[in-house]
Design a binder for this molecule. Structure first.
Ligand code: GCO
Length: 474
C-alpha cells in the first residue's frame, strides 16, 4: 500500500447536519432552518433543529474520534452562528468554533475547516436573494476574513465552498433545496456570483498571508460513455464539461472551460461578465482540489437514449442522484452502467471510479487532491446488544481505499481521505433514514430519542486501517 506517513486519515461533516442548537447563543436562522420548518419541504418534515446535538456533545464526539484514531476532521462553520444576520459578529459563535478546534488539536486531530456548507444566513436571502446578488461577494469575503483572523493560525486546510455544483443545481434547477428555484439562467447567474465570491475569499486569504492551504470541495462524478460509439463518447465529454469542469476549471485555473462556454452559448445561456470579473477569477486559484466522490455517471448521446436509466427503487426515500443534472437534453442523456451495482439510494457503486476521478483531476490540474468526502449511505440496524454490523460499509470503504492506493501508484498526489461521515447525521433529502457514519446515533426520522452514540463495526475497521496506515484492510 502506498500511503505516505503524512497521509491524513479523516472523516467529515457539516454544521447544519450535526450541530442542532439552531437558535441558541445568538445564532441566526439559515436558509435551511427556515426552509425545513415549512411542512412538505423535507423528507418526513425532518429538520436540523436538534440534529445530533454536536453543539452540546462535541467533546464526547471528539473523544470517540480520538479513540478511533482519526487524524483529521473536516467540519463546517455555520455562517449565521458566526454572524447572526450575515454581517455582525456573534462572539459566542466565534467562541464555539475556537473550542471545537482547540479540542481537536488537543486530541491530535488536524482540523479541516469548511467555510460554507449550504447554511446561508436567511437575512442575506431576504435582503438581496443571497447567491443571486453581487452584494454577497463582499459579505462572504468579510465573513471569511473573520474566520481567517480567528482560526487562520490553527487550521492548516481550508475548504471555501462545499459542492457548489450541488447546492446550486438542487437549489436553482431542481428546486429541491432552498431557494426552490428552477431556472437555468438564474442557476448560471448564481454560480458565476459564487465563483466570484470564492475567488474573492481566496484572494483575501493570500493578502492576509495565512500560512495554510485553501481549496474548494467539489462533487465530481467521472463521466463514462455507455458505449464506444463516438457520439456517446462526445456526449460523455460534454457532460463532464458542463457538469464538472465548468466549476473545477474556475477553482483550479481561474477561468471557465472553453467547450462548456460554447455549449452554454448554443443553449442560449449567458454568463454575466462584468469588468474585473476575469481578473478576480484568475486571482482566486486554489492550492488543492477537494474531491467529494460518491459515484460515476454514465451517458449516451441524446439520440441514442433507450430510456433504461432508472430513477430509483428504494421505497419511502427520496432518490436523487446528487449529480448536477443540468437540462441539456439535446446534448446528452443519463444511462445505466450494466457493470455496476447500486446503493439503496440507487447511486452507482464504483470504487474504480474514484481512481478514474483522481487520475483525471491530476492530469488536468496537477494539483494535490484532498478526498473531502466518500462514503456509503445505507439503512443501518442497531441490534439489541447495541451493535451495528455494517459489513456492507466496510466492504464499500475498503474497495475505495484500495482504489486510492492504486491512484497514488499511478502518480496522483493525494493528501488525505475524509470519509463521509464520522457520526450519523441529518441528510438533506433523507432526514435521518440514510446513515453514513462509523458512529450510530440513536435517533430516527420522527423522534430525537436520547441521541446516544454506538460504535459500528466499521468504527473498529477504520481504527485498524488508520493504525496500519492503510495496510490492514480486512
Ligand atoms: C445527504 C448527502 C450529504 C452530502 C454532503 C455533501 O444524504 O444529505 O449525501 O450528506 O453528501 O452534505 O457535501
Amino acid at each position: 500500500m502506498s500511503f505516505q506517513d503524512e497521509f491524513l486519515w479523516g472523516s467529515a461533516s457539516a454544521a447544519y447536519q450535526i450541530e442542532g442548537a439552531a437558535n441558541l447563543d445568538g445564532k441566526g436562522d439559515s436558509i435551511w432552518d427556515v426552509y425545513s420548518r415549512v411542512p412538505g419541504n423535507t423528507f418526513k418534515n425532518t429538520t436540523g433543529e436538534v440534529a445530533i446535538d454536536f453543539y452540546h456533545r462535541f467533546e464526547q464526539d471528539i473523544a470517540l474520534m480520538k479513540e478511533m484514531g482519526l487524524q483529521a476532521y473536516r467540519f463546517s462553520v455555520s455562517w449565521p452562528r458566526i454572524m447572526t444576520d450575515g454581517r455582525s459578529v456573534n462572539p459566542k459563535g466565534v467562541e464555539f468554533y475556537h473550542k471545537v478546534i482547540d479540542t481537536l488539536i488537543a486530541n491530535d486531530i488536524t482540523p479541516i475547516l469548511t467555510v460554507y456548507h449550504w447554511d446561508l444566513p436567511q437575512a442575506l436571502q431576504d435582503d438581496y436573494q443571497g447567491w443571486e446578488s453581487r452584494e454577497i461577494i463582499e459579505d462572504f469575503t468579510r465573513y471569511c476574513e473573520i474566520l481567517f483572523q480567528e482560526y487562520g493560525d490553527k487550521v492548516p486546510y481550508w475548504v471555501s465552498l462545499n459542492e457548489q455544483n450541488i447546492f446550486t443545481s438542487l437549489g436553482y434547477l431542481q428546486a429541491i433545496h432552498p431557494p426552490k428555484v428552477s431556472d437555468f439562467q438564474r442557476f448560471i447567474n448564481a454560480n458565476h456570483i459564487a465563483n466570484l465570491a470564492n475567488a474573492s475569499a481566496v484572494k483575501k486569504f493570500r493578502e492576509m498571508g495565512i500560512e495554510a492551504k485553501i481549496g474548494a470541495s467539489f462533487a465530481y462524478s467521472p463521466a463514462y460513455a455507455q458505449s464506444a460509439k463516438p457520439e456517446d463518447v462526445i456526449a460523455a465529454e460534454d457532460a463532464q464539461e458542463l457538469q464538472d469542469l465548468f466549476w473545477m476549471d474556475v477553482y483550479a485555473k481561474g477561468r471557465y472551460p472553453k467547450i462548456a462556454l460554447k455549449r452554454l452559448e448554443t443553449l442560449n445561456i449567458h454568463i454575466d461578465f462584468q469588468p474585473g470579473d476575469k481578473e478576480l477569477l484568475a486571482a482566486g486559484v486554489c492550492d488543492f482540489m477537494g474531491l467529494n466522490y460518491y459515484q460515476s455517471a454514465t451517458f449516451v448521446a441524446a439520440g441514442n437514449k433507450q430510456s433504461t436509466a432508472q430513477t430509483g427503487n428504494a421505497s419511502q426515500v427520496s432518490v436523487v442522484s446528487e449529480i448536477s443534472d443540468i437540462p441539456t437534453d439535446k446534448l446528452f442523456a443519463r444511462a445505466d452502467n450494466e457493470y455496476l451495482d447500486m446503493t439503496d439510494w440507487n447511486w452507482a457503486i464504483d470504487p474504480n471510479g474514484l481512481r478514474v476521478a483522481l487520475r483525471r483531476i491530476t492530469s488536468r490540474y496537477e494539483l494535490p487532491i484532498l478526498i473531502s468526502e466518500n462514503g456509503l449511505g445505507a439503512f443501518d440496524t442497531l441490534t439489541e446488544e447495541g451493535k451495528v454490523h455494517d459489513d456492507y460499509r466496510i466492504n464499500f470503504l475498503r474497495r475505495h481505499v484500495e482504489a486510492i492506493s492504486d491512484a497514488i501508484d499511478d502518480g496522483c498526489e493525494v493528501i488525505g481521505y475524509c470519509t463521509w461521515s464520522c457520526q450519523d447525521l441529518f441528510s438533506w433529502l433523507n432526514g435521518y433514514a440514510k446513515r453514513y457514519g462509523f458512529i450510530y446515533v440513536d435517533r430516527d426520522e420522527e423522534s430525537e430519542k436520547e441521541l446516544k452514540r454506538y460504535k459500528k463495526d466499521s468504527f473498529y475497521w477504520y481504527q485498524k486501517v488508520i493504525q496500519s496506515n492503510g495496510k490492514q484492510l480486512d
